[in-house]
Design a protein around this ligand. Sequence first.
Ligand code: SF4
Ligand code: SF4
Length: 469
Amino acid sequence: MIDETRKEELIDQGFRNKIATIDEKGKRNYLFPKKPKGTLYNKRSLFSIVYLILFLAIPWIKVEGDPLIMMNILKRKFIIFGQIFGPQDFFIFAVGMLTFVVFIILFTVIFGRVFCGWACPQTIFMEMVFRKIEYWIEGDYTKQQQLKAMPWNGYKIRKRITKIFIFYSVSFILANYFMAYLISMDEVIRYVNEGISSHLSTFFSIIGFTTVFFFVYYWFREQVCIVVCPYGRLQGVLLDKNSIVVAYDYIRGEPRGKKASAENQLGDCIDCKACVRVCPTGIDIRNGTQLECINCTACIDSCNEIMENIGLPKNLIRFASENNIVKNQKLKFTTRIKAYSVVLIMIASALVSMLLTRDDVDITILRTQGMIYQTLPSGYIGNLYSARMFNKTHKDITLTLGIDEKEGSIEVLGKQPTINKEGYAVLTFLIKKKSELIRKRKSDIKVNFYINKIKIASKKTSFIGPVGS
Ligand code: SF4
Ligand code: SF4
């Protein structure tokens, strides 16, 4: 069995003192990863095609005239899979976020950072869109290095202008889609038809998003995953020896060397560095799990190709836990995993029940300020209220109000309240009770709300009377 000390003896620890993207003078070290190929890369490409089709299709899909997904932060209106949420649903959002965070923690504890390499939008756009465009314009990594090293001439200027133009254009398309997810595709199209001059602020927002995307994908790149993304920084506390990550089998691979054979006692790693050349974050996975590793699996493909060429078994680099490599142990359902699973089930259940029981209309009843009660003709006592309502459905609705008959009667002041779809309305109403039926100064009363005589909500409020005053 190999303990940590032995592992450190086998693997040079010098990598801990530097990061691949910053050179010795502290300047940005621009990476030129080799174009990956292999089974896993093909699967990732296929997955990313489905992902991109969905990304581009969703803003065009409508549910009862509304977008399938819309996150309009400025108007505080959110539509998720056709369900409309308003500011009153903040609590559901908070529980939803909590569920997502616990799910990500649990997923990471078990499967490491595989989300980053396969499903994170940053990686999908960087590796599967912009990087592919770059390979197409500039060629593979050696050609890119040559282009960077060559003096400025017509060829280099042409290549750079083409790349900047295409990167900026794709960023512009992305920014428009990003905007469509915020304000809906219909609005984006309307703004385009009405012209830039009528919607200057939106136009500048799109140009701002475009420039940020361009900066990220043209220059900043893997730095997002290495130094910006908070999820990446969490790996240190989330991963343990049972987590399945992209890992180098150092038991089998070390000591590394050019001639792997039984006579010279070397391991299976021939130190060809194919796994390093292909890494988009510039690390050497043979040093062990590192924060920079986004689990993109490009190094697995690369090493498998080498192993195949030299006639050794594949999977010297593979998805495996430390315990799997050292002790040949399969995934264990540890106490930590069990604890996270229980918490996740509890929060997710709360979220599901909140979603299932939420009303189509959010109603808040407030007593009219500055008034306690009114003495009305014919021996009635009246209380005045206002109700603020948010229609979370996809159509306009007309509400009727009522209370249980024995409690008195209700009278809406003004016309019958109609609330536009996804809109707000405030209505004022009066509740009247016969004074001889009032036994307490303050009593609870239930106001019922109906659409087409079907009760859709019941709200409790209080009724104040003169008794005991
Ligand atoms: S080490 Fe391998 S899995 Fe990790 S980022 Fe580099 S190529 Fe991808
Ligand atoms: S690709 Fe495989 S054999 Fe080559 S250096 Fe990496 S781990 Fe060693």
